[in-house]
Design a protein around this ligand. Structure first.
Ligand code: 9UX
Length: 72
């Protein structure tokens, strides 16, 4: 069963950043969907917790050069 988590993402300054973060997220194994908003610096990710966890999602965003933290 998929879970949904919200992430605060730092360092996105233009719409292309949003597209690249979304692309990174959507290619991760276990990620079913991702929506990232520039105005709020928030991302929502739907994922399969048997494949990937929130810490690994944060790490993938940081590996791409952005800052990330999950909310709660
Ligand atoms: Mo826009 Mo983001 O030129 O790393 S792609 S700032």
């Amino acid at each position: 069963k998929a879970l949904s988590a919200q992430f605060r993402i730092g360092g996105m300054t233009c719409a292309n950043c949003v597209n690249s973060v979304e692309g990174i997220l959507k290619r991760l194994p276990g990620v079913k969907g991702a929506v990232v908003a520039l105005a709020t610096s928030l991302g929502e990710v739907e994922y399969d917790p048997s494949v990937i966890n929130k810490e690994e999602i944060v790490q993938a965003i940081e590996d791409a050069g952005f800052e990330a933290a999950f909310l709660q």
